[in-house]
Design a protein around this ligand. Structure first.
Ligand code: PGA
Length: 250
């Protein structure tokens, strides 16, 4: 059985002080035990997450990591630094990094390796832009991105890897993939994982849907057999909507 995961991606929102207040308020609620809650916060808010969430069932992590272990890489943050702050997960290959920072698949694969060396599970994002979907190439494109982003990567256990299918046209646009379209892609992703890592392994990997996940569409998406939760941006910023997403995952 795969426990559903509802991961929030705060992107570049909230100061350390704001994050601390938000996370303390989150813990003042009774959280459903049917799903795992996790918040991917800006680097600067990780100390607040560590202070508030350590010992709680709520996991946390970062939104990116350096592809290097350590050294003269000004401005970068290593997987070891993230592990020291208690990160359980970290997003890699988000479409905003692929687009604005020109991150290619092979760099994403290096980042996956660094995270796994530090015992942090990558939340690896893949997904097609609008023109690719309109050309009928969404599955081919997404699986190719997955293959490139996992080149040379050996995650060990299925718990060490999370895939997030995030169609680029759905991110921050209010347009989500239909539950059927998303399920179809998730099924393809799981089949690909099966051919690469074996059937049993693939059956244990959580595949999240991301792209305008909101309280009013989450339950239908999360009810699909191969959708194991969500990666939510906008809807994870307000406590009320994040709690509704958690409640929709069972
Ligand atoms: P969104 O973002 O929920 O605001 O569409 C999702 C993401 O980019 O991870």
């Amino acid at each position: 059985m795969r426990k559903k995961l509802v991961a929030g991606n705060w992107k570049m929102h909230k100061t350390l002080t704001e994050a601390k207040v938000w996370l303390q308020e989150l813990l003042s609620h009774t959280l459903p035990s049917s799903a795992e809650a996790a918040l991917m916060v800006p680097f600067t808010s990780l100390p607040a997450a560590q202070e508030v969430l350590s010992g709680s069932p709520v996991a946390f992590g970062a939104q990116d990591v350096s592809a290097h272990q350590e050294g003269a890489y000004t401005g970068e943050i290593s997987a070891k630094m993230l592990a020291d702050l208690g990160c359980k997960y970290t997003i890699i290959g988000h479409s905003e990094r692929r687009a604005y920072h020109k991150e290619p698949d092979l760099l994403v694969a290096e980042k996956a390796k660094r995270l796994l060396e530090a015992n942090i599970a990558p939340i690896l994002c893949v997904g097609e832009p609008l023109e690719v979907r309109e050309a009928g190439e969404a599955v081919f494109y997404t699986l190719k991105q997955l293959e490139g982003s996992l080149q040379g990567v050996n995650p060990g256990s299925p718990h060490n890897l999370v895939i997030a299918y995030e169609p680029v046209w759905a991110i921050g646009t209010g347009k989500n993939a239909t539950p059927d379209d998303a399920e179809n892609m998730h099924d393809e992703i799981r089949s690909w994982l099966s051919s690469r890592f074996g059937k049993e392994y693939a059956a244990g990997v959580r595949i999240l849907y991301g792209g305008s996940v909101k309280p009013d569409n989450a339950a239908a998406l999360f009810a699909q057999p191969n959708i194991d939760g969500g990666l939510a941006g906008g809807a994870s910023l307000q406590l009320e909507s994040y709690l509704l997403l958690l409640g929709a995952a069972r």
